[in-house]
Structures are given as structure tokens and as C-alpha cells.
Design a protein around this ligand. Structure first.
Ligand code: PXG
Length: 285
């Protein structure tokens, strides 16, 4: 049975959920998006995701054709129509239909797409064993190009990084900023533990302001685990006691090898496990 997809201003059948070949989202990757989880029928950090979407849209000079409360209702309606209790929402706003030129202001109306589907989780084994990651040659977008805090439809930079990781037989890519500091993974934020303190790069080092990252920082504070946001180098990652990634799809997942260096004792560490458990409890509360 097909899904019900939100398109512009209403739910339509999946077969009828079609956009124009003149949509600038397709022609230029011009648009913004969010990936959101549903846990036990509740939309996880719904307001935070929507606020980030409106900020991304503002930065790219895109007018979302409905206000936040209306969009929130549309997301809720889409989740309900597809009877999703545990799943994944992809919320996309494209620039809309224009001509073949770049000028976004010739596009009449932004197009709103909401897809709510079941999620395919990473295999449980991966959480037990931890990931192998590599540093990739592709650097994170320079802040004077598309700002990394904008969750835009233009993901080629991250896709380059992902290709480099897959080619090297690694699960994830670690990207650095133009000045050599750790930025983030291709679709996840980065944390390390060193002598009992949690460290994560500041968003300004070139990462998305991850919603999972924010929740993990909050949970660490509740757990009285010291947390410091500061610039990190690859030396800090290689020599960390623990290393983990955070993101909507992955939640909290340990990293056990990077560029041929074994992290800690080669298994996801105790603070990683504790924060993963806390995150699970928080998401399902
Ligand atoms: N950095 C980037 C570049 C991302 O795309 C995150 C960090 C984590 O942010 P959240 O808010 O999700 O904690 C993301 C997440 C996927 C997938 O399938 C993930 C993202 C986008 C598209 C796909 O893993 N974004």
C-alpha cells in the first residue's frame, strides 16, 4: 500500500506525489530540508527541527509558504495519515518551479513535501561493535560558501565525503574545516571523551547545529559529565578514550577505529553507552 504524501497544501497518494522537472530543487539543489524521528507516536524535538528549517530558509532567501504552526500541523497530519508510531519524517521545501536560469526570484512559490515512513535502523551489531571511520580529503564547506549550518538540498560536498569513505571501506567520513579543525561526519556530529570529559567541536568549526547533538549535550549536563565545546584536531580524535557520532538516523553510535588508529580499547566506551541509553530513555519518555 502506498503512502500518503503531503504536497504543497494537502495529502495526496504516493503515485500522485510528483514535482515538475523545472523545480529548482531538482535543477540546482535549491531548497532546504529536515530529517525528523517519530518515537512512540511522538514527533521528536518537533519545534527545534522546524525552527532550524525556517532559519535555513531565511539564509537562502526562501519563503516557506506557510507559517510554523501551520507547517507543524501538516507534519502531524502526515504522520497520522500514515499511522507512523516509530518512523522517519523527511520534510523538504524546494524553491519551486522556475525557468532554466539560476535566478530563484523567478520561481513563483516554494514547494512543500512531507514524507513519513517507517525507518530502517542500523543493524544492532553496529552499535555493539562500533564504526570504522576515515579522514577524507574533501573539506567541509567554507563558511563563506553555503554555511554548514544551513541544511540545504545541496549535499554534494557531504556526498563527496561519503564516497571517499565508502571507497576506503569505512562507514563514515570525518570532515575538517578549511583551517584543519575537526568539523563533522558526512551526516552526523562528533563527540570524544578524554579523561572523563566530553568534547565536541563548536558549530562554527563547520557543522550542522545537530538536534541530536543538542540533546546529548543536555543529557551529559544532567549526568554531570563535564562537556566542553572547543576546536579539535585529528590528534585529539586519534588519542581519545572514546569517540561517538550523533544524528537523527544513527542516534548515538560509537567509533572504534579512525585512519588505522584503534580508539580506546577498540570497543564503544562506558560514557558512549551511558549516553546512548539516556538518549533512548529520553526519546521514548
Ligand atoms: N551533520 C550533517 C551534515 C547532517 O546532515 C547531522 C549533522 C546530525 O543532525 P541531527 O539534527 O540529525 O542530529 C546531520 C543529519 C541520514 C541523514 O540518513 C542524516 C542527515 C541528513 C540526511 C540523511 O543519516 N542529517
Amino acid at each position: 500500500m502506498g503512502l500518503k504524501i503531503w504536497l504543497d497544501d494537502k495529502l495526496v497518494n504516493q503515485e500522485d506525489a510528483k514535482v515538475s522537472v523545472f523545480d529548482h530543487g531538482l535543477l540546482y539543489g535549491d531548497g532546504v530540508f529536515e530529517g525528523i524521528r517519530v518515537y512512540g507516536g511522538k514527533i521528536f524535538e518537533h519545534d527545534a527541527h522546524l525552527e532550524r528549517l525556517y532559519k535555513s530558509a531565511k539564509v537562502i532567501r526562501l519563503t516557506i509558504p506557510m507559517d510554523l504552526p501551520t507547517l507543524k500541523k501538516a507534519v502531524e497530519e502526515t504522520v497520522r495519515a500514515n499511522q507512523i508510531t516509530d518512523g522517519y519524517i523527511r520534510l523538504v521545501v524546494t524553491r519551486g518551479v522556475g525557468d532554466l536560469g539560476l535566478n530563484p526570484f523567478l520561481c513563483k512559490r516554494a514547494c512543500v513535501i512531507i514524507i513519513a515512513d517507517k525507518i530502517r535502523l542500523y543493524p544492532a551489531e553496529l552499535y555493539e561493535k562500533g564504526l570504522k571511520v576515515i579522514s577524507v580529503p574533501t573539506i567541509r564547506n567554507h563558511p563563506m560558501s553555503i554555511p554548514p549550518q544551513v541544511k540545504s538540498l545541496n549535499y554534494l560536498n557531504n556526498i563527496f565525503a561519503k564516497i571517499e569513505a565508502v571507497d576506503a571501506g569505512a562507514s563514515e567520513a570525518i570532515l575538517y574545516s578549511h583551517d584543519g579543525y575537526v568539523a563533522e561526519a558526512s551526516g552526523d556530529n562528533i563527540f570524544i571523551v578524554s579523561e572523563g570529559t566530553l568534547y565536541t567541536p563548536p558549530v562554527q568549526a563547520g557543522s550542522l547545529d545537530g538536534i541530536t547533538r543538542r540533546v546529548v549535550i543536555k543529557l551529559a549536563r544532567e549526568e554531570r559529565i563535564p562537556i566542553i565545546e572547543k576546536n579539535l584536531t585529528r590528534f585529539d580524535l586519534y588519542t581519545a578514550d572514546e569517540f561517538f557520532l550523533t544524528g537523527t538516523a544513527a542516534e548515538v553510535i560509537g567509533v572504534v577505529e579512525m585512519d588505522g588508529r584503534i580508539i580506546g580499547d577498540g570497543k564503544p566506551g562506558p560514557i558512549t553507552r551511558r549516553l546512548r541509553e539516556k538518549f533512548y530513555a529520553y526519546a521514548h519518555a
